[in-house]
Design a protein around this ligand. Sequence first.
Ligand code: SF4
Ligand code: ZN
Ligand code: ZN
Length: 306
Amino acid sequence: MKCRVCKAPALVKFPAHNAAFCEEHLDAFFLRQVAHTVKKYRLLPPEARVVVALSGGKDSLVTALVLKRLGYRVEGFFIDLGITEGNFSPASRQACEEFCAAHEIPLKVFSLHEEFGRTVPEIARRYPRLCAICGMTKRHIMNEYTLKTGAHALATGHTLDDMAAALFANLLRWDLHYLAKGLPVLPAEDGFAKKIKPLALQSEEEIIAFARLHGIKPVEARCPWAAEAKFKRYKAMFNSLEEKSPGLKRAFYEGYTKNVHRFQEETTRPPLVTCKVCGLPAAASPCTFCRIWRNAIKEDAIPAVT
Ligand code: SF4
Ligand SMILES: [Zn+2]
Ligand SMILES: [Zn+2]
């Protein structure tokens, strides 16, 4: 197995690209791929300031490193959920702190306990669908923080595997609202920061190879609620299809990005009001986030999060 570029012994092989690379050309290939995604979907203008949502996992750490290598002004943002079971939150925080120190990336840590005096496990006692509440909490805080900093966009570490699996799940349900929003970019709107997914066309195996190449040490602890994590079955299905047809996952997702306008024409956003507590757009006022974390109303009156 030889590097496609220099013919030296290859470190990795990517069947989806029908190519193998040595260390040097793996690095160049990965940067070029992400630069292409950034340009094609207009994720960031040159040298833009971008907040990267860090979880301590390899995907978000790689997102931060690759954007920095591409010349963007990266700020890391970590939300400490206060999940001490299995040492999850402390270990995740440490992984982010070590990564940011090693790569000279400024890091802001937002602690739920420090800000609101409560943590996700404390909330879990009340809500059986914890991941829905936790996801909503993270999205709200990341959006609010990015708007406050005035950064050009909020970047998350969603991968091609995430995008293809979410697209498939939304197709199975014919969920037109989400089918209209599956691009690697969601433009800024009043009260909503621009959201970007620079790794949307990179597969797990490419990201793992790049992370190893740069000695990135992601957190090993797992959230005790991770069994609830979305789309596991669909990811496994795509991986087994990909073994027989390399490149299928990417073709499926890129095909969607060319046809997304068909869904966008069909859907209209449900009407929003302004949350009287945080001032951001929401389905109702106070918004679910403010109801739960800012005690805007009695907790037993909180509606289900979808
Ligand atoms: S697995 Fe669920 S509870 Fe754990 S961090 Fe993810 S969304 Fe939150
Ligand atoms: Zn090479
Ligand atoms: Zn609110």
